[in-house]
Design a binder for this molecule. Structure first.
Ligand code: ZN
Length: 318
């Protein structure tokens, strides 16, 4: 059944399909940027006085909401000070990774330990943790983290760092972004119950998207009249046939969490008695930013569908 020609077309088909998917994933990051800029054109451009006013209101919102008491802070990352922040972020990231690793090891430890081997296992797991720690310390600062901080300093982006409860924003350039990031803090810290659940779901669900694409590409297409048999076959056939919809569904928790962060921001703006027309511009800008997430989700789910279609066509026409 697997002659040479067939195998070749499988490989070519998989290559085309996989690169379509990866391309779409990149496009989500890069391609939506110009679209975002075009959408934001006038809405997030504030003059010097407005910027000072919004900065003041954002700090006021942080201090007068429960966020401050819960340890949330705003980091003002500017072009002048951004290099100083890098090692601090790296250290925090390492702390987080080490804690995660320790939890994993401890889980395995309890599974493996019995009366006879407990001291041996204890020693071995401590050694493994120490090795991981030195490995983390030796590593340089990841390029992704560097780029993220850089784009904040340029006033192009902002983010919320849940590990340290910090909203990372250029407050001298784009203080309006602080409201949406505090909106993420409200979700992540559980001040919004639904937001807390969505915060926990968004990343594990997002990680499903390449798996859905992979199943769709690896699963051979059913011939006409051929039926799926058994649970595994039925499940993978369902995933292949509904890959686009499933990808979109996997992105829904992220979309919902982003939308909720902006709704929280709206509440914060209200709380500060922000000048109505400025508040409106910030809300519209946040809503448009959400549109870029929606666009990204549509691109990725349609690309997944197309990648699988293209793969099957190539394999069929070998
Ligand atoms: Zn966001």
């Amino acid at each position: 059944m697997f002659n040479n020609d067939n195998f070749k077309s499988q490989v070519v088909g998989f290559g085309v399909g996989a690169s379509t998917f990866l391309g779409a994933q990149m496009l989500m990051g890069i391609g939506t940027k110009p679209y975002y800029k075009l959408l934001q054109k006038d809405f997030d451009q504030f003059n010097e006085n407005e910027i000072k006013y919004i900065k003041h209101k954002a700090n006021f919102a942080l201090i007068s909401s429960p966020l401050y008491k819960m340890g949330c802070r705003i980091d003002n990352v500017t072009e002048e000070n951004c290099n100083r922040f890098l090692p601090i972020f790296k250290e925090n990231m390492n702390k987080y990774l080490l804690k995660n690793f320790e939890n994993k090891i401890n889980k395995i430890k309890t599974l493996l330990t019995n009366k006879k081997n407990s001291s041996k296992i204890e020693k071995h797991s401590q050694e493994t943790i120490n090795k991981y720690k030195t490995k983390l310390e030796k590593k340089g600062i990841k390029k992704r983290l560097k780029n993220a901080i850089r784009s904040v300093a340029d006033g192009e982006n902002a983010f919320y760092f849940p590990i340290t409860k910090e909203a990372v924003v250029n407050m001298d350039k784009k203080p309006a972004l602080a409201f949406h990031e505090m909106g993420h803090a409200i979700n992540s810290l559980g001040l919004n119950k639904a937001g807390k659940v969505l915060t926990k779901l968004r990343n594990p669900f997002f990680k499903l998207t390449p798996i859905i694409a992979l199943v769709g590409l690896l699963k051979p297409k059913k011939q006409e009249g051929e039926k799926a048999e058994g649970i595994a076959d039925k499940t993978t056939t369902f995933i292949k046939n509904n890959a686009g919809k499933l990808t979109f569904a996997a992105l829904l928790p992220k979309l919902a969490e982003e939308g909720l962060a902006s709704l929280n921001a709206k509440q914060l703006l209200k709380m500060t008695n922000m000048n109505k027309s400025i508040a409106k511009r910030i809300n519209i800008s946040n809503f448009k930013a959400w549109g870029t997430y929606l666009l990204g989700a549509i691109i990725l789910s349609q690309a997944t569908r197309f990648a699988i279609y293209a793969h099957d066509k190539i394999v069929e026409n070998k």
